[in-house]
Design a binder for this molecule. Structure first.
Ligand code: ZN
Length: 162
């Protein structure tokens, strides 16, 4: 019988009181070692900075439970969640529109590179430069607000937006 491509990781296999190396975890959960490395990039914390990297069972369990629950999808910094594809997608043509919602928040919108559905992602204005990639073509939909809200971002956008 072939294994289904996507299946839930069996959290019951993880022992709360044990520690695991990356290799052990990968074997235990039946996922690729790079998947475990991906987890650590996306928030799974090893016990400390020692080598080899060790994870505490309870941390792994908590991380995976969170990941598998409602907030199923962990977006990369340059991804949006496409409601139609039900997947994280990158912006079509790397074009991102930015609307300043208020003093603190901005909404980024883009078209899904696969199905061209409009996708939105909100972010703190201060963090905008992190989200927008250098290759993005950024359009500010209400640029007049920028100066009032966050003058320090002005020169950033002068360079990136046209
Ligand atoms: Zn899509």
């Amino acid at each position: 019988m072939r294994k289904p491509k996507k299946r839930k990781i069996n959290l019951a296999r993880i022992r709360q009181t044990r520690t695991y190396t990356t290799a052990e975890l990968s074997k235990l959960l039946d996922v690729h070692i790079n998947t475990i490395r991906g987890y650590t990039k996306q928030g799974l914390k090893p016990i400390d900075a020692t080598w080899p990297v060790l994870f505490h069972g309870s941390d792994v369990k908590e991380y995976l439970a969170k990941r598998q629950s409602k907030n199923k999808c962990v977006l990369e910094i340059d991804e949006f969640y496409c409601l139609k594809c039900r997947k994280p997608r990158k912006p079509l043509g790397r074009m991102v529109d930015v609307t300043f919602c208020n003093q603190k928040m901005a909404n980024m919108s883009a078209l899904c590179e696969v199905c061209e559905t409009k996708m939105n992602r909100r972010t703190n204005i201060q963090r905008l430069p992190e989200y927008l990639q250098p290759q993005d073509s950024v359009t500010l939909l209400n640029p007049h607000l920028l100066e009032r809200i966050e003058p320090s971002l002005n020169c950033y956008f002068e360079q990136t937006s046209k």
